[in-house]
Design a protein around this ligand. Structure first.
Ligand SMILES: Cc1cc2nc3c(=O)[nH]c(=O)nc-3n(C[C@H](O)[C@H](O)[C@H](O)COP(=O)(O)OP(=O)(O)OC[C@H]3O[C@@H](n4cnc5c(N)ncnc54)[C@H](O)[C@@H]3O)c2cc1C
Length: 280
């Protein structure tokens, strides 16, 4: 299949990209790595009149630490995130998730911003964003707003991004005690279920955040598991109790890849493995 006809522009900077996006609104689509958008266009499930390619917008690339947050530009690729020493040391769950995405080609072109904007229910990063208490920065020609990950993820392939907005940056909380594990689809490597966990406090847990992706129509925080860890050391018993509570009684997805019951078992097992990985 080939896509319907479209115009193409590659702005040189963020201001120009925002101006063009503002002029064209819903008729335009931003192009990042193209790994999700181009297949949709080929299937004619997306028919933008204009593609705004962000490849030259250097302001959207890079990783740096500011206080207790890592700030990652939207056009930073999965490969760059996976290889970053800063991310590996300060937010290992994110590095591990990026490393697990697709294959080498997907990681070389796919971007953190494109993945979050697409919000596939089986994508890895939504779980990590919840566990790392991420702030998603959205910019339009009239200003900037910062949205918490839990409010950004709205539904299947649906986010808080408005048609005139561009995702510029992701700010994740520094969490050296964090981990991501997944059970991948053997063909695509998307997560049939994936769990990201972050634990604060040395010794006893002062706060725990656990994000689950792939299991339900949208990524969610396993609040039952988080509560089970509060004030406790990451002992085998505490991990077992948290894992048992991670399903949270939610309605889970059942499809050709895995039944809802199988996904419930995965949520429990992967929560256990993520916490064990942190406990060392
Ligand atoms: C074979 C294959 C295997 C894959 N396996 C996995 C996997 O295991 N795990 C996983 O999580 N993902 C997987 N993916 C998806 C991959 O992570 C994609 O890179 C990602 O979903 C989209 O990122 P992109 O940069 O390619 O975005 P694009 O395809 O360019 O864009 C996706 C959407 O986001 C919008 N967009 C892009 N950038 C911005 C921005 N800055 N602001 C606002 N909107 C924006 C676009 O307009 C479009 O609607 C796989 C993809 C393929 C093709």
């Amino acid at each position: 299949m080939i896509p319907a006809e479209f115009d193409y522009v590659a702005p040189a900077n963020l201001a120009e990209a925002l101006r063009i996006l503002n002029e064209h609104g819903e008729d335009a689509k931003l192009l990042a790595g193209g790994h999700s958008l181009i297949p949709l266009m080929k299937l004619r499930l997306a028919r933008p009149e204009l593609l705004i390619d962000l490849r030259n917008v250097s302001e959207l690339r890079g990783i740096r630490q500011e206080g207790d947050r890592l700030r990652i530009g939207a056009m930073t690729t999965h490969a760059e995130v996976a290889a970053s020493i800063l991310v590996n040391q300060q937010a290992p769950a994110l590095a591990q998730a990026a490393y697990e995405i697709g294959d080498r080609q997907v990681r070389a072109r796919g971007t953190i911003g494109g993945s979050l904007a697409h919000n596939d229910p089986a994508a890895d990063l939504p779980a990590v964003m919840l566990a790392l208490d991420a702030q998603i920065v959205l910019r339009s020609s009239s200003g900037e707003r910062v949205v918490a990950a839990g409010d950004f993820i709205r539904g299947m392939l649906e986010t808080a991004i408005e048609p005139n907005e561009l995702l510029t940056e992701v700010r994740v909380k520094v969490a050296p005690r964090s981990a991501y594990v997944k059970f991948p689809n053997p063909a695509s490597h998307y997560a049939i279920t994936g769990v990201a966990a972050a634990v604060e406090g040395n010794g006893n847990t002062s706060a725990a955040r656990i994000g689950v992706t792939g299991a339900a129509p949208i990524a969610y925080r396993a609040s039952g598991a988080e509560a089970a860890l509060a004030g406790k050391a990451l002992s085998a018993d505490a991990i077992e109790a948290a894992s048992a509570a991670a399903h949270d009684g939610r309605e889970l997805l059942g499809d050709i890849h895995a039944s809802a019951e199988y996904r419930a078992a995965l949520v429990r097992v992967l929560t256990k493995r993520a916490l064990q990985k942190i406990a060392g």
